[in-house]
Every structure is written in structure tokens, then in C-alpha cells.
Design a protein around this ligand. Structure first.
Ligand code: ADP
Ligand code: MG
Length: 728
């Protein structure tokens, strides 16, 4: 309603002047609310401390007696911090986080009250799991789900609750969440990468995947968001004309952060710091009201948890500042969407980044090994990696000429391409001493120097090497990083396992030296994985054609992209790596398809409501204004009114046509939805929603946008883009 729209605007103006709260010295706050090593040393027995450490570093199990001790220490710390409740904090397949709070407070059998929390409560909990998506796993096994403590991610206090990061599994052991598969994938990459790293350094005992995400988001005034039912219900605008001023000027990017936003950001950073989330950079993004926040990278499991926690904290702090955060990948048509680049690398327990060249030829050969194996892994499983970032909301972004295309390819830059070309030319089998020297000195040895000025970054590439890490850029701003991280680490683990087998075979059977064997295998990989390397413009139409010739997949929508998850190759990959069983893959795919259906269904319903209950009534209201005017003119001018009222009559007619058209299209969309709902499998349903329902969104929107242009501003029922994005 127009009234609501203007209320919203005045509300937002009232709060323009909020003072900036100085964050103070952040290092003193860092990890204040986290049960980290310092607190463990303070609150745990030596035995308990050692056990937790070995669970973190060696993956050893913690027995019940020790768990009791850990729980006791955790409770003492939590109570000293003023916590009253505890919860198992987990990541159901919906993509968000979930928690069920229990009070420490308990009544003993003799009636005395006390704060209770033992090993049993720490280690395992049974939330009422029936309302979390399980893709049929629970029905099949008639089992309930339970959450189990993940000691590798430290407990933390949020508000007054002790949050214990957990996995969420069915009684039969199947993962009902995103964390359990991630932990298994991280275990697989640890084993595979440690084996390979030991070719170069026998002291390596453990390899960690590292992740540094870059979270983009829109920050909007709460009242403005609430004035639009599409933003509230679907997280994005379903109608609306682009404001006269869009992002053409690029004046928002790295511009001055508005004071009200800065105040939100410093509050947010303070809270993040207490929670041990090492946020570091913040800046404006390309679009108006769009921002980015990035932390220092961390071990991947912790980093995933921190991103999820951050998203929760952001919503809460935003609310306090009368903002709403939009995490949707494409909240506004015609304005850049949001992503979440995933920077990924591998690090050893000896402190070496395996994707960073070193000072010796051996270190550089190690770099090349992990570099080429990653390329090979992505080449073999490009379609699976694409599937890991598929979602209804991210479909708006991938391939939409602002974000990487839905085709996976790797950019490594000219200098490294030259190195790979040279390596490809190395002769097969044993190398002559000259060849070895040439390789070590002039090819491998030069890598650190070339990387120094490796500045030609290609922003259109979905998977780019950026000096000492790969950057996966197709990940959506809403996506749980656990999904792409599970796939990426699994495929690289699989690839490194193959690599080790091949190198060992050359050493054992062909009597090659280790470095010769490594060169030989790498050379083959460079040859066979060439199609995945692409240095050109990823947004161009030529690339789509070229990619087709290279037989790279180009799955433009989620139902299509998800298919590969249960292919024969995927099933054996996940089984071999011990990451997911066939049952789990099918269940996870089913849940993803379900989420897709649900998403499009909600958008369809909301759009229907907007058309029937807001847009058409507003159009009729304006018609009435015009009719009144025309009949007034008729009274004054008599027959001559037709000329005087020509414009009014013309607008009336146009509005009439758009009303008919938008009504017809919306009716058809509703029918298409009903037909889709009647289909038998989740895949058929999802594909029908994609092919038969979703296309109506654009044409309905086009009609609405035309009406918006015709109808008087004060009668238009929705806050306009101009008001949403520029606050004026
Ligand atoms: P930009 O890509 O914007 O130039 P940086 O190169 O500094 O910025 O890094 C971007 C992101 O990459 C940061 O979030 C950072 O934490 C992360 N990052 C840096 N090194 C690594 C690494 N070895 N592993 C994972 N992420 C990393
Ligand atoms: Mg980046």
C-alpha cells in the first residue's frame, strides 16, 4: 500500500544519524567468547586437554570419561561467562544453522537445583529431527537423527548460550548435514596430500585444507525491506524498474562507507572478534548498498563454521541497527549480485603452503605437483564442482555476465601457462643430466620470480590461481561453503591418490628417480587436462561455443546441474574416498532438488499475490483516477473532450491491456505450478518448475514494470528501486 511505502521511507530517514562506536583494540577481544586453547588450558585437566588436542590433530576419539571432564571444564568456563544455556549447533541440509537450547539448570532427584552438563550432553544430543530435511534417509531406516560433538571446531558463547559445533547424523550413521561429509573430505585430503607431501619432506604429518571466503551482501533499511513482500518472502525483488541511476557510474565501489553502515560494521566486527572470527577487510562492492567482508583464512572446517556463524551474527546486528542483510545472490534485477569467493589452498603441519612456490627446486617441484594435480582434479570432475554451487538463487548469477559462467575452467595466467608448456615438452622416461639441470634451474627454479609479477588476474574465470591459492568464484553469497569445500577436497584427494600410485609405479617398476617419476606423471597430466585451462573472457559467447567443443559441461540450471551427483562415477568417487555413500548422495541430491522446488514455488506464490492483490488493484485505482478526470473533462468540454483527454484515454487503454496480459500470464503460471506439483519424482518436479514455471517470472515482471512506468507514483504499491537503493 502506498501509505506503508511512505511510512517506510520516513522511518529510514529518522535513523540516518547514528554515532559511530569505536571498536577499540580488537586484539584484546579476540576469541573472548571461544573455548580456545587458552581457556582449555585454564579449565581442563591435563589429561582432558591432551585428549582434545589429539582429537583435533590426529582425529583420535575421545572416550566418555574424558568427555565428562571436558564437559565439566566447558561448563565452568561458560558459567563464568554468564551463559545459562547450551546447544548443539549444527548445519542441517537446508543450508542454514540450527540449534536447540537446553538450560544448564536442572533439578536433582532430591529437589535441589544445580547447573548440570556432563559428557553425555556434550557428546551427543537428540534434537527432534523430524522437521529437518533428510532426503528420505530417516524414513528408509526408521531412524532418528542425533548430533555429535565436533571437537575440531571450538565451542563458543553466543549471547547467553554455549554453542557446541556438531555433526548431524542418522542413527544408522548417514550424514543429515553438510558438516559430516566435509569432515570426511578433509580427512581424505589430509591422508592423500600428506602421502604426496612426504615425497618432498618426510617431516610432514598432516595436511590441512585452508579456506578464506569473501562474503558479499546487501545491507538495506529494515523498514524498506519490510515494505516489500517479495524481499521479505523470497529475499529478492520479483518486480521493479531499474532506477534512473543504477551502478553505471561505478561510484560505489571502494567509495566512502556511509556512517550508519560503518556503525553496523564496527559493531559486527567487534562481535566477530569476540567469537574468534578473524574478519579483516571490509569495503563497498560494485552495487549501491552492497558490501563485502573477508577474514584471514583458516583451516577449512573452522572457516566454514565461522562463515555460518557470521551470517547469523550479521542478521542479528543488522536488526539492532534497523537494517536487514540480503544474502540472496541476486536481490535486484539489473544490479550486480553477490557471491562468496572461496580461496582455497593446502597447508602442512610444518607451516608450508603447498600451493606457494618456495626457495629451492624441490619446494617448487612440490608446488607444481599440487598445482597440476588440482588442475587435473578439476578437469576430471568439473561437472561435480559446478553441482556443488547449484541453487535456485545462484542460478541468477552464474552465467549472467557479472559472475563466472556455469562452465568450470581454470585461469593460471600467462607465466604459469608458459611453465606448463615447457614441462609438457620434457622427454618421457629417464631425463639426461642436462635436461634435469635445465628443468630445475630454468623452469622450476624460476617459478617464484614469475609469480612475483603475476598480476594479470582474470576476473571472469570461475577458478583462478592467484599466486598462492586457488580462488573459486562461482560460490553464491548464500551458499554454505561446506558444499563446494567437500567436493573440491574430495576430488583433489582422489587425484592425489591416483598420482601417488602412478609415481610409485614408475619408481618401482621403471626404476626412475623420484623427481623423474614426478615430472613424468605431471607431464601427462598437463597434456590430458588442457581443456580445463582457459585464459580468455569467460563472459563471452565464444567461450560457450569453445567449451562445447572441449566437451566441458554447461549446466545452466540447478535441476540439470544436480544430476551428476548420483552418476556412476560420482558414486564410486565418494565411496573410494570415504566421503559419502550412495544412499547419502541420493538423499542429499533429493534435498537439494526439494529446496529448489520450494524456492521457485514460493517465488511463484509471492508473485501471484503481488499481481492479484497489489498490482492489478493499483492499476485499477489509477484507471479510476483517469476515468474521473476524463468524465470531468467531458462535462466541461462536451464532445471536444476526446481531444483534450487524448493522453488520459491512451493511458487508460494501455493499462487495460497490461492488466489483461498480466492476469492471463499469472493464471497460466499458477496452472503450470499445479501441473508441476502433480509430477512424481523430485527431479521431474524441479525440472518442470525450472522449465515451465520460472519462465513466467520474467514476462510477468515485464508487464508489471510497464505498469509501474504508467501508474502515478503515489499509487504504485511497492517501494521502488530508486527508493530501495538510493534512499531518496
Ligand atoms: P584479493 O583476492 O582481494 O586480492 P587476498 O589475495 O589478500 O585478496 O586474499 C583474498 C582472500 O584469500 C582472503 O580472504 C584471504 O584470507 C584468502 N587467502 C589468502 N591466502 C590463503 C590461503 N593460503 N588459503 C586460503 N585462503 C587464503
Ligand atoms: Mg576475491
Amino acid at each position: 500500500m502506498p501509505k506503508m511505502r511512505f511510512n517506510a521511507l520516513t522511518e529510514s530517514r529518522k535513523r540516518e544519524h547514528i554515532t559511530i562506536d569505536e571498536a577499540g583494540k580488537r586484539s584484546e577481544l579476540f576469541g573472548k567468547n571461544v573455548f580456545n586453547e587458552d581457556k582449555m588450558l585454564q579449565f581442563l585437566t591435563k589429561e582432558a586437554f591432551d585428549n582434545v588436542k589429539s582429537a583435533i590433530f590426529q582425529g583420535n576419539k575421545i572416550d566418555r570419561k574424558i568427555a565428562d571432564q571436558v564437559a565439566e571444564g566447558m561448563k565452568a568456563w561458560a558459567l563464568s561467562m554468564g551463559a545459562t544455556h547450551y546447544t548443539h549447533w549444527f548445519q542441517p541440509l537446508t543450508g542454514a544453522t540450527a540449534e536447540k537450547h537446553d538450560a544448564f539448570f536442572d533439578i536433582l532427584p532430591d529437589g535441589r537445583a544445580m547447573e548440570k552438563f556432563g559428557g553425555a550432553q556434550l557428546v551427543q544430543q537428540e534434537p527432534d529431527a523430524s522437521s529437518f530435511p533428510s532426503g528420505g534417509i530417516r524414513n528408509t531406516f526408521e531412524a532418528r537423527g542425533y548430533t555429535a560433538w565436533d571437537p575440531t571446531s571450538p565451542a563458543f558463547i553466543y549471547k547467553t548460550t554455549l554453542c557446541i559445533p556438531t555433526i548431524f547424523v542418522a542413527y544408522t550413521g548417514e550424514a543429515l548435514d553438510n558438516k559430516a561429509p566435509l569432515l570426511r573430505a578433509l580427512h581424505a585430503i589430509d591422508q592423500a596430500a600428506t602421502d604426496v607431501a612426504q615425497y618432498f619432506d618426510k617431516n610432514v604429518r598432516k595436511v590441512y585444507a585452508t579456506l578464506g571466503w569473501e562474503q558479499e551482501y546487501f545491507l538495506m533499511d529494515k523498514a524498506l525491506v519490510q515494505s516489500r513482500l517479495d524481499l521479505v518472502m523470497a529475499g529478492r525483488t520479483l518486480v521493479g524498474n531499474l532506477a534512473a541511476k543504477g551502478q553505471q557510474l561505478d561510484d560505489h565501489y571502494f567509495g566512502v562507507i556511509p556512517p550508519r553502515v560503518l556503525s553496523f560494521m564496527s559493531d559486527l566486527e567487534k562481535q566477530c572478534t569476540k567469537l574468534g572470527i578473524p574478519v579483516k577487510t571490509r569495503h563497498n562492492e560494485v552495487a549501491p548498498n552492497q558490501f563485502e567482508l573477508a577474514p584471514v583464512f583458516e583451516e577449512a572446517n573452522l572457516s566454514v563454521d565461522h562463515n555460518l556463524l557470521l551470517m547469523d551474527v550479521m542478521e542479528e546486528i543488522a536488526d539492532r541497527h534497523d537494517f536487514r542483510v540480503l544474502f540472496h545472490e541476486k536481490p535486484f534485477e539489473g544490479i550486480n549480485g553477490s557471491g562468496k569467493h572461496n580461496n582455497w589452498s593446502l597447508a602442512t603441519d610444518t607451516g608450508v603452503n603447498l600451493l606457494s612456490p618456495g626457495t629451492t627446486p624441490m619446494k617448487n617441484l612440490q608446488f607444481l605437483t599440487f598445482f597440476v594435480n588440482t588442475i587435473k582434479a578439476v578437469d576430471s570432475y568439473e561437472e561435480l564442482l559446478r553441482a556443488s554451487i547449484a541453487s535456485a538463487s545462484n542460478d541468477h548469477r552464474l552465467g549472467a555476465n557479472e559472475a563466472p559462467p556455469s562452465i568450470l575452467s581454470i585461469f593460471i595466467g600467462k607465466q604459469l601457462s608458459d611453465v606448463l608448456d615447457e614441462l609438457e615438452g620434457v622427454s618421457k622416461g629417464k631425463l639426461s643430466p642436462e635436461e634435469k639441470t635445465e628443468l630445475k634451474l630454468n623452469v622450476v627454479g624460476k617459478i617464484p620470480e614469475i609469480l612475483l609479477d603475476n598480476t594479470d588476474r582474470n576476473r571472469t574465470s570461475p577458478f583462478a590461481f592467484t599466486g598462492n591459492k586457488f580462488e573459486m568464484r562461482g560460490v553464491g553469497s548464500k551458499t554454505n561453503c561446506a558444499k563446494p569445500m567437500t567436493i573440491l577436497n574430495t576430488i583433489v584427494a582422489k587425484q592425489l591418490t591416483e598420482f601417488k600410485k602412478e609415481v610409485d609405479a614408475l619408481i618401482d617398476k621403471k626404476n626412475l628417480k623420484k623427481d623423474e617419476a614426478v615430472f613424468n606423471v605431471l607431464r601427462e597430466y598437463i597434456k590430458t587436462s588442457k581443456r580445463i585451462r582457459f585464459e580468455g573472457d569467460g563472459y563471452g559467447i565464444e567461450w560457450q561455443e569453445e567449451a562445447r567443443r572441449r566437451k566441458l559441461s554447461n549446466n545452466k540450471n540447478t535441476p540439470q546441474a544436480l544430476q551428476v551427483i548420483t552418476s556412476k562415477e560420482s558414486i564410486s568417487l565418494f565411496k573410494d574416498m570415504g566421503v559419502m555413500s550412495e544412499v547419502e548422495l541420493k538423499a542429499h541430491q533429493e534435498v537439494e532438488l526439494g529446496a529448489y522446488i520450494f524456492h521457485i514455488q514460493i517465488e511463484g506464490r509471492v508473485l501471484g499475490e503481488m499481481v492479484y492483490n497489489h498490482i492489478i488493484p493499483a492499476a485499477i485505482r489509477y484507471q479510476n483516477v483517469l476515468l474521473e478526470n476524463v468524465s470531468g473533462l467531458k462535462e466541461v468540454y462536451g464532445a471536444a473532450h476526446k481531444k483534450v483527454a487524448e493522453t488520459q484515454l491512451n493511458i487508460l487503454e494501455q493499462i487495460g491491456e497490461h492488466i489483461m496480459e498480466i492476469k492471463k500470464l499469472t493464471d497460466e503460471m499458477t496452472d503450470a505450478r499445479k501441473r508441476a506439483n502433480g509430477l512424481s519424482t523430485a527431479h521431474k518436479k524441479a525440472q518442470a518448475y525450472c522449465d515451465n514455471v520460472k519462465p513466467y517470472f520474467d514476462v510477468i515482471r515485464a508487464q508489471s514494470d510497464k505498469l509501474e512506468k504508467l501508474i502515478a507514483d503515489d499509487l504504485w504499491p511497492f517501494t521502488k528501486y530508486r527508493e530501495l537503493l538510493f534512499g531518496k
